[in-house]
Design a protein around this ligand. Structure first.
Ligand SMILES: *[C@@H]1O[C@H](CO)[C@@H](O)[C@H](O)[C@H]1NC(C)=O
Ligand SMILES: *[C@@H]1O[C@H](CO)[C@@H](O)[C@H](O)[C@H]1NC(C)=O
Ligand SMILES: *[C@@H]1O[C@H](CO)[C@@H](O)[C@H](O)[C@H]1NC(C)=O
Ligand SMILES: *[C@@H]1O[C@H](CO)[C@@H](O)[C@H](O)[C@H]1NC(C)=O
Length: 299
C-alpha cells in the first residue's frame, strides 16, 4: 500500500516537474525550442526525439536542419509533418569550478500545422501517418470524427493509405475541413486545414493546377507564380503599346530614308551589327554613305 502511494507521489512529482512545453510550427517554417536556462557555463546541448538522437549544428550556416542559437536554444527549420512529436533537450552545465557537469532536461511537444488547397476530384495525399500517429480525426459540423486509426485503417472506402500517407482518392466538398493527428496519449501532433479550391478557372491554369493536385502537395506557390505571370503580361502589354505609340523619329536605323544603301545591303546583314561600329560610321550611315557602312559591317 505504502509502495503504491509512494509510486503515485513519485509520478506526480515527475509529471508536474517535467511538464511538456508546447511549441507550434508550420510546414516549411521554423520553430525554436527555447531552453531558457542560465548557468555559468553550458557545456553541451543534446536533442533527442522519441525515436532517435538528433545532430545539432553549432551554427545556422551548416547543412543540417537543426542548429543551436544563443546559449542553448535549438532551432528546427524547414519543418515537415513528420517532425511532430516529443523532443527532449538535455543541457549539460556547470555552475562552479568543478569539472563535474550537471544536466537538466526540458521536454517539448511539437505540433505542426498547415493549410492545403485541393481541387475537387483530385487526390489528396497527406504525409501524416508517422509511427507515433495513432488516430486521425476530421472536424465535421463541429464534431471530431475518426477517419483513420492504427490497427484498423481508414473508415471510408474513399480513402486509402500508402506508406505514411493518408490519401483521399477524389476530393469532394465534404472532405474540406480540419484534420488532426493524435498520438496514443491523445495529444495533437498535426493539424491540417484543407480547403477546396475553385473549379471555375479554365484553360492553361487548369492543367497546371492538375499537376499539383495529383500529388496533393502544398500549393503555396500558385499565388506568387500567378501574380508574377500577371505582372509579366501587364509589362508585355505596356511594352507593345509603347512600341506602337512611340514617335516614329525615335526608331533607330532609318532604313527607309536610304533606299540606296538598303540596296547595297545583303538580306542577311542585319542592322543589329551597327552598335558595334564607331560613331563616325553611324553618322555616315545616317547620311547614306554606303562605303563606310560596308567597312563597318566587315569589322
Ligand atoms: C527560418 O529560418 C531561416 C534561417 O534562419 C530563415 O532564413 C527563414 O526566413 C526562416 N523562415 C521562417 C518561415 O521563419
Ligand atoms: C524543405 O524540406 C522539403 C522536404 O521536406 C524539401 O523538399 C525542400 O527542398 C526543403 N527546403 C529547403 C529550403 O531546404
Ligand atoms: C469545426 O467545424 C466547425 C463548423 O463545421 C467550426 O465552426 C469549428 O471552428 C471547427 N473547429 C476546428 C477546431 O476546426
Ligand atoms: C490502396 O492502395 C494500395 C496501394 O497503395 C492499393 O493496392 C489498393 O488497391 C488501394 N485500395 C483501394 C481500395 O483503392
Amino acid at each position: 500500500m505504502f509502495k503504491i502511494f509512494g509510486l503515485m507521489l513519485l509520478f506526480g512529482l515527475v509529471f508536474s516537474g517535467n511538464k511538456d512545453i508546447p511549441v507550434t510550427g508550420k510546414t516549411g517554417g521554423n520553430v525554436t525550442l527555447a531552453c531558457e536556462f542560465i548557468a555559468n557555463r553550458i557545456v553541451q546541448v543534446e536533442l533527442f526525439s522519441e525515436s532517435k538522437d538528433i545532430d545539432i549544428c553549432e551554427t545556422e550556416e551548416c547543412s543540417g536542419r537543426v542548429f543551436k542559437k544563443a546559449a542553448c536554444d535549438v532551432v528546427i527549420k524547414n519543418l515537415s509533418f513528420s517532425d511532430a512529436g516529443k523532443y527532449t533537450l538535455r543541457v549539460f552545465y556547470n555552475n562552479d569550478q568543478s569539472n563535474v557537469a550537471q544536466q537538466k532536461d526540458r521536454i517539448y511537444q511539437l505540433h505542426i500545422h498547415d493549410e492545403i488547397t485541393v481541387k475537387t476530384g483530385k487526390p489528396l495525399k497527406m504525409h501524416v501517418l508517422m509511427s507515433i500517429a495513432n488516430k486521425v480525426e476530421k472536424n465535421s459540423s463541429g464534431e471530431w470524427t475518426e477517419v483513420w486509426k492504427r490497427g484498423h485503417g481508414v473508415w471510408s472506402d474513399r480513402m486509402n493509405v500508402s506508406d505514411e500517407n493518408l490519401i483521399i482518392k477524389a476530393f469532394t466538398d465534404n472532405d474540406a475541413g480540419t484534420y488532426r493527428v493524435l498520438n496514443s496519449e491523445g495529444e495533437i501532433l498535426i493539424t491540417v486545414t484543407v480547403t477546396e479550391s475553385g473549379t471555375q478557372s479554365s484553360g492553361k491554369l487548369d492543367t497546371d493546377k492538375d499537376k499539383t493536385g495529383d500529388t496533393g502537395e502544398h500549393n503555396h506557390w500558385i499565388l506568387p507564380v500567378g501574380v508574377c505571370s500577371g505582372i509579366l503580361v501587364v509589362l508585355a502589354v505596356i511594352a507593345v503599346i509603347m512600341w506602337r505609340c512611340w514617335p516614329r523619329s525615335y526608331r533607330p536605323a532609318p532604313v527607309q530614308e536610304n533606299p540606296e544603301s538598303r540596296a547595297t545591303r545583303g538580306v542577311g546583314e542585319p542592322l543589329m551589327i551597327l552598335p558595334e561600329c564607331d560613331e563616325t560610321a553611324q553618322e555616315h550611315w545616317t547620311r547614306g554613305d554606303t562605303t563606310v557602312i560596308r567597312n563597318c559591317l566587315q569589322h
